[in-house]
Design a protein around this ligand. Structure first.
Ligand code: HEC
Length: 226
């Protein structure tokens, strides 16, 4: 059941982002709207499952983790579809401009709809706004250590519930592995035109020289629980 819904989430995203033969790219609002609608069902389902399973305290945490996971997935999926569509229609330099312009509005729109903070962070960040804070840095370092020991980055995640300014808060991070397509803009042999555009947009870029299988960074979802 869950799998079927996830497939429909992804296809909704692909269609929303022009991953069919059209070259049109949807607005952040359209993309996120469809992603959120589709993920809602999955969240509801996982929440119900958790409710059957445990005591009150852990229900809250498990349900919150399930929701945070889905938000991270929706964000990652929306970005990936945008990137795919952009690469298809205009190559990496075009993809760069799309990442540059779309990542923040997609995060913002989804954050508004889900009442959460959503961001991407990296120990070697490209955008100066994507520097991790202390706890995020510790989690990223842990992801790197686990990757070095051979753990699959695609499956790495972190979740904790903390008291923050008098409120319970869920903190969730999902590791983002370097796969082939990432190397065009984050690898060791980047095309000249891409390098030139990167230098123009991100003079302090640290996000190059990566190899397949490494941790590129993580999606972060933070949400107050009460
Ligand atoms: C077409 C070029 C391009 C490709 C391909 C690409 N990225 Fe990026 N990436 C960027 C740009 C540009 C930014 C900065 C976005 C911004 O300003 O917020 C970025 C930022 C990021 C960030 C946020 C942290 C930071 O460094 O600022 C993460 C995480 C990330 N990319 C992961 C990936 C992963 C994983 C892949 C492969 C699935 C990938 N990227 C493929 C261009 C690309």
């Amino acid at each position: 059941m869950k799998k079927i819904i996830l497939v429909s989430v992804l296809s909704a995203l692909m269609v929303a982002c022009g991953d069919t033969d059209s070259t049109k790219t949807g607005s952040a609002k359209d993309i996120v709207g469809q992603a959120v609608e589709a993920t809602k069902e999955v969240v509801k389902e996982s929440t119900e499952k958790v409710a059957q399973a445990g005591t009150t305290g852990s229900i809250d945490k498990k349900a919150a983790v399930a929701e945070a996971k889905m938000i991270a997935k929706a964000f990652g999926g929306a970005l990936k579809s945008e990137l795919k569509a952009a690469l298809k229609s205009g190559g990496p330099v075009n993809g760069l401009s799309v990442c540059n312009k779309q990542a923040a509005p997609i995060a913002k729109q989804l954050a508004k709809e889900k009442n959460a903070l959503i961001s991407r962070v990296s120990l070697k960040n490209r955008n100066p706004l994507n520097v991790p804070n202390d706890w995020q840095k510790a989690v990223l370092e842990d992801f790197d250590m686990r990757a070095a020991k051979g753990e699959d980055v695609a499956k790495m995640g972190f979740a904790e519930v903390v008291e923050h300014e008098g409120k319970k808060q869920i903190r969730f991070m999902k590791a983002l592995p370097v796969v082939d397509v990432c190397l065009k803009c984050h690898g060791a042999n980047i095309a000249e035109d891409v390098t030139a555009k990167l230098a123009e947009l991100y003079p302090e870029d640290k996000a190059v020289g990566y190899q397949k299988g490494q941790v590129r960074g993580a999606v972060v979802v933070i949400k107050d629980l009460n």
